[in-house]
Design a protein around this ligand. Structure first.
Ligand SMILES: [Zn+2]
Length: 267
């Protein structure tokens, strides 16, 4: 990929402006601002092109603005997911640059590479890349039911969703899927199929999404992670995640399989 350099803005630059600090993005009126740099008060600031949006340059400025800073979650439900992905790149790069000003080996100040997304130590020649943490998310079906869990972190909103967790070092993704499901619910699964992926910049995951079938065991929840977990008939689901999330996609895919199961077993 071609990386464009950071520049000091002359004021004439035009495009979409991704202004980010501490994992947040400037979303005045809930949207990415578009226009000329000087009209937005950005003349003289350091900015870097990080891609294109709607035929225009997408600029990153690493800066906090007094009001209008928000997480990028509102962009998740926009009609084109690539805007959410570009915003994810912006907030993660801004945090990466902020946390990699000095080399972790020799302590010297670093520079931003002009050929790839990385920071360079010109003293000891080390390179640092943005961290991306692989994680899995899996929907499990048993006949015409789906396993949904209320997570400790979602317990206030009474939201039920599928199981998820991070890969650990020295583990294949297939091992992660089996381990997370067993740790959280004590059940075993089979027929694990990869479906899709979604960059999830809260703060730096890459979610790999799977469908699986129940194999054996009785649900027994890990109470440090889950409030409860149960099998839900596909027509009687509790509150589930919104459209645009990969969790919702997996649940919708599983509903289709539950219906097929019913159709095949009715006749
Ligand atoms: Zn160094």
């Amino acid at each position: 990929m071609n990386i464009e350099k950071q520049i000091a803005l002359s004021g004439n630059e035009h495009g979409y402006w991704f202004v980010s600090h501490q994992g947040k993005l400037w979303l005045p009126r809930g949207d990415i601002p578009v226009g000329r740099a000087d009209e937005l008060g950005f003349k003289g600031l350091i900015a870097q092109p990080i891609g294109k949006w709607d035929g225009e340059t997408a600029w990153l400025i690493c800066k906090e603005i007094k009001s209008g800073m928000s997480t990028i979650r509102p962009l998740l439900t926009s009609s084109d997911p690539s805007l959410f992905y570009l915003a994810g790149r912006a907030v993660q790069l801004a945090e990466f640059y902020r946390s990699h000003q000095y080399c972790g080996y020799c302590g010297q100040r670093m520079t931003i590479s002009e050929v790839e997304w990385c920071c360079l130590c010109n003293h000891c020649r080390e390179r640092y890349y943005p961290q991306i943490a692989p994680s899995i998310i899996v929907a499990i079906r048993h006949q015409n039911k789906i396993l949904l869990a209320k997570h400790q972190r979602h317990s206030k909103e009474n939201l039920y969703t599928v199981l998820a967790g991070f890969s650990e070092i020295g583990e294949t993704v297939e091992m992660t899927v089996a381990r997370e499901v067993f740790e959280e619910t004590q059940i075993k699964i089979k027929n694990v199929r990869y479906i899709t992926s979604q960059p999830w910049p809260f703060p730096n995951s890459m979610m790999l999404a799977y469908l699986a079938d129940y194999d054996s065991g009785n649900i027994k929840v890990d109470s440090s992670e889950l409030v409860e977990a149960d099998w839900f008939h596909y027509a009687k689901l509790p509150k589930i995640p919104e459209y645009g999330t990969v969790a919702r996609r997996l649940i919708e895919d599983t509903i289709v399989l539950c219906r097929q199961y019913d159709d095949e077993n009715r006749s």
